[in-house]
Design a protein around this ligand. Structure first.
Ligand code: HEC
Ligand code: HEC
Length: 346
């Protein structure tokens, strides 16, 4: 486990930043650049994304990956695309507790947001994917029932795609470069410029009074910040908070052989980012909490008891009014990032 100091020093610096910065003249909001480039979460403007040496990001790959993400030609049935479960208007989630795959089977886990995935070194709820490239090819096969060779041939026959694959990779489409284009697109999906980002950037009025009280509870009495650390509002670690542990055969999560292969991680799942959380319901890895207030209530009351529960999660004895304040604060984490869907080549 990390030492308390290594966790709290950066947090403290982050929390003090607005106070320190208030000595300086108020910075001008960067409206023009927000349109031009995806706004990174405040504090990560210069942070490195988790990249792949074999797949440096280029504009051509990002534009192509965006089309592929929306294109049902990637699926076995020809009718389902990545975007069916990862909808931009819901911060790239789908509002369903558990969604149905292309083959008609139901997922066992809730569709997560695509925002800020480029900062994660372990993907999926259980952390089994070690790279975005690996993750998206797996998702393509498992969720969309995609047959890579058949799909590559289909795309190669589309003039627009043939040209863009040549431009981006100097190659015809194939399994690897389809995955690389999708990963390049997802790495660019950053979500920042939220009311919270503006607040820590020195705009004292960006949060209203209730949200400020919620932020204080988040950091203080509620101790949510222990795991949901800014700027991403996740520590990128895996914890058992008890969700789904009452099921007949509970999902073992990160303990699985193909994830961490560690029984100590039984029932542990990735701390989800809370950025854009007001738009990503239903909540938890099994979609079991319908509303944000429900999810916050579970977390604030110490999760659900089970033999593997993380001792960091305890009942914080919050009142309903305090839960409401936390929810109000979480709404300040909605990113303001413009997104326009692509046109697909015919
Ligand atoms: C039928 C719904 C569905 C479709 C279609 C779908 N996904 Fe997902 N996606 C999910 C679910 C459910 C998970 C979580 C699975 C898990 O954690 O075990 C997920 C997880 C992911 C993750 C991991 C995010 C994280 O934070 O760990 C990425 C990246 C991803 N999907 C990308 C894609 C791409 C790219 C496509 C298209 C090739 C796609 N998905 C198609 C439902 C879907
Ligand atoms: C011990 C670490 C830990 C602490 C402390 C913690 N959380 Fe969580 N939180 C998690 C994990 C892990 C999950 C995912 C659980 C799952 O789905 O199995 C989660 C899920 C959530 C979700 C659902 C998000 C989603 O996308 O599904 C919300 C909302 C949330 N937490 C808010 C809070 C609040 C508010 C607090 C403080 C009262 C808090 N959490 C304290 C680790 C923590």
């Amino acid at each position: 486990m990390k030492s308390t100091l290594s966790v709290f020093v950066p947090v403290l610096v982050h929390l003090l930043a607005p106070a320190l910065r208030s000595q300086e003249p108020t910075p001008k909001p960067a409206e023009a650049s927000a349109e031009a480039a995806p706004a990174a979460p405040r504090g990560l403007e210069n942070a490195a994304l988790v990249t792949s040496a074999e797949n440096p990001t280029t504009e051509a790959k990002v534009a192509l990956g965006k089309q592929l993400f929306f294109d049902p030609r990637l699926s076995g049935s020809g009718t389902m695309a990545c975007v069916n479960c990862h909808l931009p208007e819901h911060a790239f989630t789908d509002q369903k507790p558990l969604s149905t795959k292309d083959d008609g089977k139901t997922n066992t886990r809730n569709s997560p947001t695509m925002y800020n995935v480029g900062y994660l070194d372990r993907l999926y709820w259980d952390g089994r994917a070690r790279s975005l490239e690996g993750n998206v090819v797996a998702a393509w096969k498992a969720q969309l029932g995609g047959k890579p060779d058949a799909v590559a041939a289909k795309l190669a026959a589309v003039d627009g795609y043939a040209k863009s694959f040549q431009a981006a990779f100097g190659q015809a489409p194939n399994e690897a470069n389809i995955g690389q284009a999708l990963a390049a697109f997802l790495r660019e999906l950053r979500s920042g410029n939220s009311a919270y980002d503006r607040f820590v950037g020195g705009e004292a009025d960006a949060l209203d009074a209730e949200q400020k009280q919620g932020w204080a509870l988040f950091v203080g009495k509620g101790a949510c910040i222990t795991c949901h650390m800014p700027p991403l509002f996740t520590d990128r670690q895996f914890h058992n908070v008890g969700i789904g542990m009452k099921a007949e055969t509970p999902d073992v999560g990160a303990a699985a052989k193909n994830a961490f292969d560690d029984p100590k991680k039984t029932g542990a799942f990735k701390t989800p980012t809370l950025r854009d959380v007001s738009r990503t319901g239903p909540y938890f890895h099994d979609g079991s909490a319908a509303t944000l207030a429900d999810a916050v209530r579970v977390m604030a009351s110490g999760g659900i008891d089970n033999p593997h529960k993380d001792p960091l999660l305890v009942d914080r004895k919050l009142s309903e009014a305090e839960i409401g304040k936390l929810v109000a604060f979480l709404k300040a984490l909605d990113g303001k990032v413009p997104f326009a869907p692509p046109e697909l080549p015919k």
